[in-house]
Each structure stands twice: as structure tokens, then as C-alpha cells.
Design a protein around this ligand. Sequence first.
Ligand code: GDP
Length: 524
Amino acid sequence: MNDDLNQKVKKRRTFAIISHPDAGKTTITEQLLLFSGAIREAGTVKAKGKKSNKFAKSDWMEIEKQRGISVTSSVMQVDYDGFQVNILDTPGHEDFSEDTYRTLMAVDAAVMVIDSGKGIEPQTKKLFEVCSMRGIPIFTFMNKLDRDGREPLELVAELEEVLGIDAFPMNWPMGMGKNLLGLYDLYNQRVELKNDDSEVYLPLDDNGEVEGDYDFKQSSIYTQALEDAQLLHEAGNPFDRDLINRGKLTPVFFGSALTGFGVQTFFDAFVDLAPSPSETETEDEQVIQPDDAQFTGFIFKIQANMNPAHRDRIAFIRICSGEFEKGMMVTLNRTQKDIRLAHTTQFMADAREEVETAVAGDIIGLYDTGNFQIGDTIYSGKKSVQFKPLPQFTPELFMRVSPKNVMKQKSFHKGIEQLVQEGAIQLYKTYHTEEYIIGAVGQLQFEVFQYRLLHEYNAEVIMTPLGHKIARWIDPDDLNPNMSSNRNLLAKDRFGNPVFLFENTFAENWFKDKYPDIELKSLL
Ligand code: GDP
């Protein structure tokens, strides 16, 4: 153990903000940047203009252009109250893909932003499930308190009913919308009054009442909040830090990202309660501590052409232990090749910066000339390290692909191979005829694939949609040629394992009835 390194690691908070589109993820990120002094005025992050010029689905150029601007929000590092905070973006809607899921493998905690007028929406649920699978702590922010939303009790109950996670309200709204009086802060034992200029904090006495004479204490909004707080105290879940750490209990905060009300209270508690980077397990079940002197890390995301003018490719690495120093030599475990990390980048609010040093928990971007693949482990020194593979996600959408120009077969194959390695898309082949089928979690992956094949490999492709399929793997020994029909297409994955692509649940159940002894497996 190294004391100095340990101190630095303890000050790291690496998290993702998850939400359904429009719940307020960008707005709250911006508030965090404002508080940390990384930006001076609101609107910087919003420069993406994602609402005003919604791109046509097929127009990847436009998406790329946007990406050029929005890279700042894909990974950001800011100082907040003495903490080094790494924020990872998890795009919601059109860009929803495996990339989003994998990003969640690189964080230690998640902030879940919910629109209090809408409650839990589909994308919130999907992202929550991935976080929950990893058992990481999840902090809930009920947003848009400046508007009339749903009843707070109902919102909290929904967390438990729909997501199946226990909730602990850290604070409780006193009114909402135009009648918003403030927050009854159970955690800090104070009332935070809404005040147009600055926050006003009033301490609570032993009975949970605000000390002193104030007019608002006569209002029914205040007495209602007192009653609710009493109810939560008696019937709610107790505060339990261990359960929070294991992702079994979510602390819930109310506030308004737009006006900033309650946001600082939220982030203060977040940096206090969220865990610092912890140990990482290797493939052979060894445990690597974040303050181990050996530098280790894994690549969870590769983004090519982030800057269209330079055609660069950046491999994002999560540092798991040790300290990164500019120019250091590392070994890429998969190939055993030694690589000098001379050219790296870190993303501050509105600029990229060369990284001088970084420690466990930090995310840095490595300029890549084609060395790295998703899931790669790199390390310094002699002791070889391989972290567990990143999970593969069961694709839901499929396309048949073939080259438009048979003369360009070679670049077609090369392009597909590289994009598959990058984790941009999953590749399958029909079992006997070996026609290419690609699988994705989100539609946008296909568009990126097609665009990149054309522009980076000069290969035009014909894509025939196969639509939604349920992909299920079977043991190769169980396979018999009669099993395949037009409702369950037999394919093989890129390792040659048999997989059925069922048309729908009906087809899957029909198969299960017919072959009760065959086990059907999915990825994650
Ligand atoms: P994202 O899609 O989750 O990143 O959501 P944005 O941060 O872009 O917010 C979506 C819309 O909701 C924007 O028009 C925001 O101005 C608005 N918004 C975000 N937070 C609040 C809030 O606290 N109150 C209100 N009234 N509107 C908000």
C-alpha cells in the first residue's frame, strides 16, 4: 500500500448519470460544472443543441458533427469540494447501444435523474438494471421540483415497486411548483428554504421543527412536510450505509436542476457517501487494490473519429490501480506488446487536456493507432494482469449484410473485422450458408456501422433488416439440423457457437415445448 496514492484514490468519485431523455441529465451535469468552477455560465454543455436540431436517423454525418462538439460530455473530470470527480455520459435515446452499457462497467456509482412529473420511464429502468446487476450504489435525484409533479410518496413508492430498490429520502419537498417552499432535509437535520438569491438553511430542533419564529411555520405546506417526515421516520427504511454501498438502498433527493435548487445539497451528500474506487477482480480471481503500486487498467470504450478533422481514434481506459504518468511504458496483455503511453487526453468541461498524471478511478483517453480492443487490459511492470472480460449484451436487432460491390470484398471483410473488434457491432453468420448477420442493441449502431464501413473502409454495403429477434444460445452438442425453421433462424456467433434467432416469444416458447431438455441461454 502506498499512502500518498491511497490519499489520492480516496478523493476520486467516478460515476455515470443515468436517465430517460429529457429528465434533466444535461442540466444537472451543467450545475455540477458550475459549482465546481469548471464553467462560468450555464449553456456551455447545452451547446450540443440536441433538442433544436434533431437529426434524421440515417444522417450519421450530422451525428458525427454533434459528437465533435459533445465529446466534452462523454467523459469529464472536475474538481468538486476537494474531490476529483469523473463523470461518464450514458447517452439515452437514439444513441442507445452496447457502448452505454459498457460505460456503466467503468463507474463506481450512478446518479439516477428522474423527472418528478413522469416518474420512472423505460430508459431509466433499462439503465438501472445494468447498474443493479453490478451492485453499485445508486443515488436518486427527483428533478423538476419547480413544476407541479407527482406526489413525493408516490414517486418513492414507485422506486420500490417498479425497480425493486428500497429508498431512503434524504430530503422531502415542502410544496412544489409555484408553491415550493423548500426542502425538509432529514439527512442534514435542517430546512433549506427556497430563496431566489441564495440558499437559506434553518436548523431543526429535537422535535424536528424549525427553531424560531417564521411565518411559513403556519402554512399547511410546512405542517404537511412535518407529517410526512414523521411518517417516513416511523414507516420508512432506516438509513444504512452498507445497503447504499451495495446498491440495495437508494438515497433519494428532491430538487430542481434548472433553478439549481437542492443541487448543491445533493452533490455534497453524494461526494460524501459515494464510494471511492475499490478493488478490481482479475480473470483468475486475483484482487487488485486501487492503491497497488502497479499501474493497471482496462479499455471499456473506443471512439473513432471524435474529431473529424483528424480522424483520430481514442481508447478510453479506466485506471484500476497505480498511477499513470505521461510517457510510461505498459504491456497490452492480449498481445503482450509493449506500448508507450505518450499521447493521452483527459476531458475537462470545455477542452481536452494532455494528462500528466492520473490514478485509480480516473478515466483517460489514449490516442490509438489500432492497438486496442474493448475489454483489453494494460499494465506496467512485469506481473501480467488480465481483468475479467466485459459482459456482452444480447443484441435485439438484426440485419443481413453483404458487400454492394463484389470487387471490394477485401475491404468489406477488413472493415467488419475491425468494427467487431472495437465492439461497435456483433457479428453472426447463418449456420450453413455463412451469410453475414450483424446484431445490435440499438438501431443507431447499424447506422454508424454502415457509415463507417463506407467512409473508413470504402466498402458500400447492402443491409436487409431482419427486425427484432430473440437471440438464444444452445450447447453445440444439443444441436440437430431439424431444429431450425423459418421462425427460428439458426446462426453462429463469431466464435462458431450456435445461436437461434427467434421471431418472437411465441416462437421461443414453441421451441421450448418441443425440446424441453434443451437449455436456451442469453447473454446479459
Ligand atoms: P436530458 O435529456 O436528460 O439531458 O435533459 P436536459 O437536461 O436536456 O433537460 C430536458 C429539458 O428539461 C430541458 O428543456 C431543460 O431545460 C428542462 N429541465 C431540466 N431540469 C429541469 C428542472 O429542474 N425544472 C424544469 N422546469 N425544467 C427542467
